[in-house]
Design a protein around this ligand. Structure first.
Ligand SMILES: [Zn+2]
Length: 251
């Protein structure tokens, strides 16, 4: 795996890996969990089921395997074969347990995290559970395919006033949060013209670093079976949600 790209070959990925590909000529990345056997579970914008039979399929014409495109009605979590997931795009592997310096050296947001991955069995268990039970409504800012894959890998969710989410992808869309920029110690690098570019790049990195799931203090570990309750998908009382305050990550 190179420093600037995580591109890998198909025979290098292992069950439980968080893989991704770029869609629409590098404008956004699509993420999923590799199950092994050329199967991928991923999260997509929800579509109406095409039939009322209880199953619907995205890729009716998939020649590779019959269950390709399987999803529960009204769920955005889809099972695909690797070929349909990639759609001829290149294959990349999302990096976990990155050191802060490696994390900051990544030019593009959303290619690695300092959070560490759980064992593959846990990852696959979460992915399969969510395939059966759904992952809420797709929202690129709060709940997207990257969050889905990161959750499967780590069991971590970020809970804040703005809701769940905050992956690198969403952060790169909305830009650096103003609060993070203003509170950043890197504003001290600003005295002369030379420092400006450095500070700007530095602030981008800092804000990205501060939104990384591995260094945030407001992330919680949520068992997949409790997910619907914690995210308020099940109609539950408020106090259920407010229980989860303890940060679980130390660095
Ligand atoms: Zn397929």
């Amino acid at each position: 795996m190179g420093l600037l790209t995580n591109k890998i070959e198909r025979d290098e990925i292992k069950p439980g890996d968080h893989i991704y590909t770029y869609r629409a000529v590098f404008t956004y990345s699509h993420h999923g969990i590799y199950l092994g056997g050329s199967k991928v579970v991923h999260f997509t914008p929800e579509k109406k089921p095409s039939s009322s039979s209880g199953k619907s399929y995205d890729s009716m014409s998939c020649p590779i395997f019959p269950d390709c495109g399987f999803r529960q009605p009204n769920s955005g979590v889809v099972l695909s074969c690797l070929d349909c997931f990639l759609r001829n795009g290149s294959l990349y592997c999302f990096e976990y347990g990155a050191t802060p310096s490696v994390f900051l050296s990544k030019v593009r947001g959303g290619t690695c995290t300092t959070a560490t991955s759980d064992p593959p069995e846990s990852v696959i268990h979460r992915a399969m559970y969510l395939l059966q039970n759904g992952f809420g409504n797709y929202d690129v800012f709060q709940n997207n395919c990257e969050d889905f894959a990161m959750y499967c890998k780590t069991g971590l969710l970020i809970m804040d006033k703005q809701g769940v989410g905050r992956s690198g992808q969403a952060a790169s869309v909305i830009g650096a949060p103003l609060a993070a920029m203003l509170s950043s110690p890197l504003t001290l690098l600003m005295p002369g013209p030379v420092g400006v570019a450095t500070a700007t790049a530095g602030m981008y990195c800092m804000s990205r670093y501060s939104t990384d799931i591995g260094v945030r203090t407001d992330v919680i570990k949520v068992a997949v079976e409790d997910l619907a309750v914690n995210l308020g998908w099940a109609s539950h009382q408020e106090e259920e949600v407010n229980h989860n305050e303890a940060p679980l990550i130390q660095l």
